[in-house]
Design a binder for this molecule. Structure first.
Ligand code: AMP
Length: 307
């Protein structure tokens, strides 16, 4: 199976209580495709960068076996730039600067080679661009979509249009509340399901993620880390692990979706231990499997009777 990933590739400036990094590699598609590359060697990246994007980062993506033939490089515009600043609790952040640059005029063309991808991951990007991608795909098995408050507030109609076309929405708690206008997350998920997606995953930062599918509600904790360095990209890394696992297994049962949520959570927990993409640049399989096993220990208990 193959996984088409579209989203932003960025040069980020990140400020956390522990330090600041300037123009470091980021972007939704970068985190998603890197994370997914540990599960499948059939990740197909579609995106755009500017003339200022470092060649060594393109080489890095290639080194992860990511097919970058769908990556456009603009000769006239700069790479998307985002500057985020985190509060001391690392749960709340402010977008200080969002410079769309190359994305102002981005019109993604999906090559014939990519059109047959069975799994599609629409990373955080303008929902009208996400829709253009979906319209070009031939017959995907599952389309996942991510979004953020920037688009809920600035492109709501386009967002409602793309939601009608996707199967799975991954969204964080505050965005789910904002989109549904419901405070309660179960009610929010039910309301968002009526907008289109049959499966909703609500991410709750350090409190984990909840999967809503049919009548199933499955809650996964976040890994209780003692040191969280930089939460940037945690949501995208989660999406990459989740979609990587689904692409590898090609199984959309409830049981396998639960495993996908755990793999997503395991990858996200590895990502936040270091700055920017550094937590997932060079992982090995034992590291991922150890974290997966820790999740099992963290959540497993025996059923016993009270009487
Ligand atoms: P996350 O922490 O998972 O929400 O993702 C952080 C990444 O999203 C950063 O690396 C940013 O470059 C990227 N990002 C921030 N704002 C936007 C936006 N409006 N559109 C696309 N990507 C964005």
């Amino acid at each position: 199976m193959s996984l088409l990933v579209i989203g932003s590739l960025a040069l980020d400036t990140i400020e956390t209580p522990f330090g600041k990094a300037e123009r470091t590699l980021g972007g939704s598609a970068t985190f998603i495709s890197t994370s997914a590359s540990y599960f499948t060697n059939n990740v197909r990246l579609v995106g755009i960068v500017g003339y200022d994007f470092p060649q060594e980062e393109i080489n890095f993506l290639k080194s992860k076996n990511i097919d970058i033939s769908g990556l456009e490089i603009s000769e006239t515009k700069k790479t998307f730039h985002w500057h985020g600043k985190y509060d001391f609790d690392l749960n709340t952040r402010e977008s200080i600067v969002t410079e769309l640059n190359v994305f102002e005029t981005f019109n993604p063309l999906i090559s014939d080679k990519f059109k047959d991808s069975e799994y599609v991951c629409l990373g955080n990007l303008h929902p009208a661009i996400q829709k253009k991608v979906v319209e070009q795909m031939s017959n995907p098995k599952l389309i996942m979509c991510d979004t953020m408050n920037f688009w809920i507030e600035g492109a709501k109609d386009d967002l409602l249009n793309i939601l009608k076309l996707v199967n799975l929405l991954v969204i964080n708690d505050s965005e789910a509340r904002e989109l549904s206008k419901e405070y309660n997350l179960v009610s929010a998920a039910k309301k968002i399901m009526k907008m289109g997606p049959q499966i909703i995953i609500i991410k709750k930062g350090e409190h984990g993620a909840v999967l809503f599918m049919n009548d199933l509600i499955f809650s996964a904790p976040a890994f209780p880390l003692e040191k969280v360095f930089d939460p940037t990209g945690a949501g995208d890394t989660f999406a990459g692990g989740l979609m990587g696992w689904l692409t590898k297994t090609n199984d959309l049962s409830e049981k396998n979706l639960k495993l996908a949520v755990i793999y997503g959570s395991a990858m996200a927990s590895l990502a936040v231990e270091k700055f920017s993409l550094d937590g997932i640049r060079n992982l090995n399989y034992p590291q991922i499997m150890n974290r997966f096993s820790e999740f099992k220990k963290l959540t497993h208990f025996d059923e016993v009777s009270l009487i």
